[in-house]
Write a new protein. Structure first.
Length: 332
């Protein structure tokens, strides 16, 4: 090859590289103003039908309107929420893969020795709602109320079966609270494994287990049909869709106050501008009266917390769960 031709090729190559570099440099990175420009995946680390899934779907619908782009709920259950959380943590930190976060996928994981990542190494964007758990028995169960369930469990704990989501959800801690407060040895009852509170509710309704706990919304349809009998709501706030179901405070058990929350988190390294954009969107939907009504319809109330305030609250929550485990046995 002649020196002239070689020089020409090198020159052409250099020009091409320069053009590519110029094009890449001139393509602007996504900003808070341009975000979002395509659909967002909102990963739920539980199976469909549970309380977190129901709340996430209500939020996704509202966020789709607020952000002007589809927010698609994707269920990735399994391995004590590790599968769903891992899929989000390993995604690109561009705001298009988000996690329907809660205590079961954050603060509770801080006490699980087998979690393969730093549990708080993520961007906690915003919490938008919280609500109570519901204690349920089958519609045809021989016990009809809170006192009857306690008596049955005390009389024969070895044959008293409860739903269990691996010790990695607030529903499990609410179950442990119920047993401990009523003097029932958690080590003696039969804990039957399920992947979500929705599965627990269906198992109670079909008579496969005696007792279940889940976020209030997970019991709505089956209690309306009479297949489930809700016997109490944790805390002191009633739920409209479960009218007539007493709260644990009303029953003389204010210590049975386990709540669950649902929010949004993102992969570590999410740019601050995008985090703020998302937090503002979550705050906006939580303050919307129509969204508040939608949350109320699924047994939740708006409860916004964002950024570093949310991170601090989650760390405090982790300490509370650790203390509870020490008092009444590790939820494993």
């Amino acid at each position: 090859m002649s020196a002239v031709r070689a020089g020409a090729l090198l020159g052409a190559g250099a020009a091409l590289c320069a053009a590519v570099l110029l094009a890449s440099c001139s393509a602007p990175a996504e900003t808070a103003q341009s975000y979002p420009s395509r659909p967002i995946d909102y990963v739920v680390p539980f199976a469909a039908g549970g309380s977190t899934d129901i709340a996430a779907r209500a939020a996704a619908e509202a966020l789709s309107d607020e952000l002007g782009t589809p927010v698609n709920v994707i269920n990735k259950p399994g391995a004590d929420q590790i599968i769903g959380v891992s899929s989000v943590r390993s995604a690109e930190a561009d705001g298009y893969t988000l996690l329907a976060d809660g205590a079961g996928s954050s603060s509770i994981q801080g006490s699980l020795p087998y979690v393969p990542y730093d549990w708080d190494d993520r961007e906690f964007v915003a919490r938008f709602a919280e609500g109570p758990h519901v204690y349920v028995v089958g519609g045809d169960a021989p016990y009809r109320d809170f006192a009857g369930v306690v008596a049955a469990a005390k009389a024969d704990p070895e044959n008293f079966t409860v739903g269990w989501i691996g010790g990695s959800s607030t529903s499990d801690y609410a179950t442990l609270q119920f047993l401990a407060a009523n003097g029932i040895d958690a080590a003696r009852v039969q804990r039957v494994p399920f992947r979500s509170s929705g599965e627990v509710m269906r198992a109670v309704a079909s008579g496969d287990i005696a007792f279940g706990v889940g976020g209030a919304s997970s019991a709505f349809s089956l209690s309306e049909s009479g297949e489930l009998r809700p016997i109490a709501l944790t805390g002191d706030q009633p739920v409209g869709a479960l009218a007539g179901v007493p709260t644990t405070a009303e029953l003389g058990h204010p210590e049975l106050d386990m709540q669950y929350w649902v929010g949004v988190s993102a992969p570590p390294g999410l740019p601050a501008g995008l985090s703020t954009r998302l937090a503002d969107a979550v705050t906006a939907i939580a303050e919307d009266r129509a969204v508040a009504d939608r949350l109320d319809a699924v047994g939740l109330s708006p409860a916004v917390l964002t950024g570093e305030d949310l991170r601090a609250e989650i760390h405090s929550e982790k300490d509370r769960f650790a203390s509870l485990s020490e008092q009444i046995g590790v939820a494993g």
